[in-house]
Design a protein around this ligand. Structure first.
Ligand SMILES: Cc1cc2nc3c(=O)[nH]c(=O)nc-3n(C[C@H](O)[C@H](O)[C@H](O)COP(=O)(O)O)c2cc1C
Length: 376
């Protein structure tokens, strides 16, 4: 039915068979301690077999001690996790998709005794400690080593997590970066650390493609805005990024009533990907309730994005790509904006997430996968 969605696209050295990607979605399916579990493999097998060209796996930490988002966050921070990551990459590729792993340091939102950040700016009652330059160097090395493991594990690409208000985004943001040294103040200074991380990663992985999730708009009055993030996007491109995946908001803005209302709308982040696309030549991924074939087709036709990122949309219905391709859109099981962000609530409580829109049989089957564990 489609003129754009099911056409191929080159991303760096890779050819994506269509414009559909899975956007990173942390669901708490790894075991406690961040090891690859049978449930996680089953989940990604399903996502990769859906017909999307590329699966970008949820964030994996580059440093368990200081930078993990939760006890179930995947780990790319030590060779002990290489075997699990190999199985994950293999599973995705065997099911027919290219595999990318997102790597992250959670900064002030880390599940850590003493969260680290560019500056000591309070968040949800906790004050992180400002990083020293030596610590920043070590974290850049952790990113580089983690990216090396991603390549070694057999993934096709690696993605730096520069979204959701985690460490790389915290450096860019004037709201969270109040440093008075060479890493704070002007945009040039605030983007220095993320660009150093990218340089360290590229030095380690060579020609292996590196993408970036980018916080385009922090949706806070004193936060990062598209005027600056798009300038950073240009510099990412100049530094050899393979693609940019646009997103908006952080944990500090997601709960604002106007953002809650906005994020219920179809295509609510398309303005952000469109702003990035105007500034760069590399492929741009959009996400955010791209729930129907026509919303996606229009986004591509209107050049608001080159690739579609489906997160909850695909998780709610892994048959979404086939149903859209076959013109069976009335059969799609949709992520329900009225569910009160149930999946997010479950993972924030440290539990594996289940989608409240799933049919009863599927819900039962997935609950059984976590039997003995903490089902919601
Ligand atoms: C429960 C949950 C977990 C998420 N985990 C990640 C993540 O690990 N990395 C990331 O870049 N974005 C993450 N996101 C954001 C998604 O990639 C996506 O941008 C957002 O959910 C909008 O797309 P959708 O409407 O298709 O879900 C997460 C979102 C949710 C709701």
């Amino acid at each position: 039915m489609s003129s754009h969605l099911f056409t191929p696209l080159k991303v760096g050295p890779l050819t994506l068979k269509n414009r559909l990607t899975m956007a990173p979605l942390y669901l708490g399916y790894a075991d406690l301690g961040g090891t690859v579990s049978p449930a996680l493999l089953a989940h990604y097998r399903l996502m990769a077999a859906s017909g999307v060209a590329l699966v970008v796996v949820e964030n994996a930490t580059v440093d368990f001690e200081s930078g993990s988002g939760s006890p179930r966050t995947l780990r790319a921070d030590s060779d002990a996790h290489l075997e699990g990551l190999k199985r994950l990459a293999e599973t995705i590729k065997e099911a027919g998709a290219l595999a990318c792993l997102q790597i992250n340091h959670a900064g002030r939102f880390a599940h850590a005794a003493e969260p680290l950040a560019p500056s000591a700016v309070e968040t949800f009652g906790r004050i992180p400690r400002a990083l020293t330059i030596d610590e920043m160097k070590r974290i850049a090395e952790c990113f580089a080593a983690a990216a090396g493991r991603v390549a070694k594990a057999g993934f096709d690409m690696v993605e730096l997590h520069g979204g959701t208000g985690y460490l790389l985004a915290e450096f860019l943001s004037p709201h969270t970066n109040r440093r008075e040294d060479a890493y704070g103040g002007s945009l040039e200074n605030r983007q220095r650390f993320p660009l150093e991380v990218l340089a360290a990663v590229k030095e380690t992985v060579g020609r292996f493609p590196v993408g970036c999730r980018l916080l385009v708009d922090e949706w806070l009055d004193d936060g990062l805005k598209p005027e600056e993030s798009t300038r950073f996007a240009r510099d990412l491109e100049a530094a050899g990024i393979a693609y940019i995946s646009a997103m908006g908001g952080t944990y500090e803005s997601f709960g604002r009533p106007e953002i809650v209302a906005r994020s219920r709308q179809a295509g609510y982040m398309l303005a952000l990907s469109a702003a990035v696309k105007e500034c760069v030549q590399v492929p741009v991924i959009a996400a955010g309730r791209l729930a129907t074939g026509s919303v996606c087709e229009n986004a591509l036709a209107e050049k608001k994005a080159d690739l579609i990122g489906l997160a909850r949309v695909l998780w709610a219905d892994p048959d979404w790509p086939r149903k859209v391709a076959d013109g069976r859109e009335d059969e799609i099981v949709h992520c329900n904006p009225d569910c009160g962000d149930a999946c997010m609530q479950m993972v924030m409580k440290g539990r594996p997430a289940l989608c409240v829109s799933w049919p009863t049989e599927k819900m039962k089957a997935w609950k059984a996968k976590f039997a003995g564990g903490e089902t919601p």
